[in-house]
Write a protein that binds this ligand. Structure first.
Ligand code: AQP
Length: 344
């Protein structure tokens, strides 16, 4: 069965939105608007899987929304909203909790990393996070999901859940006139030279919001001086840049900076090395600073302007939520019928 193409993705409002979130996700969200109907969500219910100070959660929700808008997402042509305003996400998550298998969730590496050694003390929400993520996507029957590399495993789980739902309820799905499959198998879109931006302090660790060192990441709200300082201090090795992409394989820090430059400029790593192969890091870093400041400077300023107007941000989220609810409630009504829940 063919499904209407629709894009869905989300970002957690957990503070410190960084260059990895921008290059791995938000920049891709912006590009997809030209070819698809897009739904972009500030996933505040996911954020809650680890403790969030309530006032910070609200502030960060508005800040991620501001980042979406500042990067170029159009909230009128597409849908921008926060997850908790559309109750169907949680409702479908329950049904999917009964479809997904414990063994599937036990394989999720992000839970193992985030729960760490104190697994007994992690929230149940942190464990079942990927089930809610599958609901976020499938409650809109979305077909394409732009994400960074770290979300690949969760996307595979969403596909497994969709497939199992379609199989388990195949007869009812057909009986209610939904053809052979009710849910599409959503495709991850993990593309470009910066699908996994690494820490500026350690090229083997992902750039992350929760890294205690602010020098490990470039925040979208960093000013030009902070961006310059962080890139100047970024870890490198003593060799000049190679001429060949293959030679970056054993040089994680060099590979990371070349990937960041390529993604910011919309070129390939090979293009970057054609320009800078043989150059010292001091020369390359100076060019990277200029490029990063020219791309991120205007985004940061616009974010700061937008967050000064919370009433406007809230109106964008309310309007988006209203439109999202129309699609989500239609899916949920059909799901209730399919699984045998009585009533509307
Ligand atoms: N370093 C990264 N490189 C490329 N893409 C990345 N993403 C996150 N980090 C990188 C992508 O950004 C989107 C939103 O991520 P999120 O906020 O929902 O969750 P996250 O992956 O947990 O973000 P962090 O920064 O890694 O937070 P912590 O520190 O809590 O672990 C996703 O598409 C993600 O792939």
């Amino acid at each position: 069965m063919s499904f209407r193409e629709r894009v869905f993705s989300g970002v957690q409002p957990t503070g410190n939105l960084h260059l990895g979130n921008y290059l791995g996700a938000i920049k891709r969200f912006v590009a997809l608007q030209a070819s698809h109907d897009c739904i972009y969500c500030v996933v505040d219910m996911h954020a809650m899987t680890v403790w969030q100070e309530p006032s910070e959660l609200a502030r960060n929700t508005r800040e991620v929304t501001a980042a979406f808008l500042a990067c170029g997402i159009d909230p009128e042509k597409h849908i921008v909203f926060n997850q908790s305003q559309v109750a169907e996400h949680a409702e479908l998550a329950w049904v999917f909790s009964c479809v997904a298998r414990v063994g599937w969730l036990n394989r999720m590496t992000q839970f193992k990393e985030k729960a760490g050694k104190d697994r007994e003390n992690a929230s149940v929400g942190l464990y079942s996070y990927p089930v809610l993520m599958a609901s976020d996507i499938l409650v809109y029957r979305a077909t394409h999901v732009p994400v960074g590399e770290d979300q690949k495993q969760h996307l595979e789980l969403a596909r497994d859940i969709a497939q199992k739902f379609n199989n388990d309820f195949a007869e009812s799905i057909r009986g209610h006139g939904h053809g052979d499959a009710f849910f599409p198998l959503p495709e991850p879109l993990i593309q470009g030279p910066a699908t996994r931006v690494m820490s500026l302090r350690d090229g083997t660790k992902k750039m992350s919001k929760s890294d205690p060192s602010d020098y490990s990441r470039i925040n979208l709200t960093d000013d030009a001086d902070a961006i310059a300082q962080k890139i100047r201090k970024a870890k490198t090795d003593p060799e000049p840049l190679p001429h060949d992409v293959a030679a970056l394989e054993r040089r994680p820090e060099a590979d990371n900076l070349v990937g960041i430059y390529a993604a910011l400029k919309d070129v390939t790593k090979a293009d970057v090395l054609a320009e800078f192969g043989g150059a010292q890091f001091s020369t390359f870093k100076a060019a990277l600073i200029d490029l990063a400041v020219s791309v991120l400077g205007p985004i940061g300023s616009e974010m700061k302007r937008l967050v000064r107007d919370p009433a406007y941000i809230d109106s964008v989220l309310a309007s988006g939520a209203e439109r999202a609810r129309v699609i989500a409630s239609e899916t949920m009504q059909a799901v209730k019928q399919i699984v045998g829940f009585v009533g509307r």
